[in-house]
Design a protein around this ligand. Structure first.
Ligand code: RB5
Length: 149
């Protein structure tokens, strides 16, 4: 599995922790920046990770900004992206099982590194349940494609 990472300055430190954590587990990482604590615009990184997933350069993504909110909103504008902000492991598991989320969003100023890495592990190791949840994902895709259900 290849995981794309992206962060702004508010998420840079946590993104670095996540990258090391994944590399320790021999998970392939596509690090799309940012690569310093200097101030940058989070939409660029949310878009970069979303685009990488939709172009097949990675299967799943993790984006981090100060809250996880702005960067997830940006990523969710990429057609086919389902980015979920998670602050605990239950939502991370549900985001995969029920919502087939393809991006996890975290807040570097919200969630400490210990919990964040647990959330990452749950997100990456939980499969989509399918079944009735697949029908609902299709409805989300319809909204995206037709602007209506
Ligand atoms: C940057 O200061 C901050 O606005 C950003 O990291 C993020 O929290 C936006 O949602």
């Amino acid at each position: 599995m290849k995981v794309a990472l992206g962060a702004d300055h508010g998420g840079y430190e946590l993104k670095e922790e996540i990258r090391k954590h994944l590399e320790e587990q021999n998970i392939e990482v596509l690090d799309l920046g940012t690569n310093s604590p200097d101030s940058v615009d989070y939409p660029r990184y949310g878009f970069a990770v979303g685009e990488a997933i939709m172009k097949g350069r990675a299967e799943l993504g993790i984006v981090v900004c100060g809250t996880g909110l702005g960067i997830s909103i940006a990523a969710n504008k990429v057609p086919g992206i389902r980015a979920a902000v998670c602050t605990e492991t239950f939502s991370a598991r549900m985001s995969r099982e029920h919502n087939n989320a393809n991006i996890l969003a975290l807040g570097g100023r919200v969630t400490g590194p210990g919990l964040a890495l647990e959330i990452v592990d749950v997100f990456l190791n939980t499969p989509f349940s399918g079944g009735r949840h697949g029908r609902r994902i299709e409805l989300i895709a319809q909204i995206e494609e037709k602007g209506s259900i």
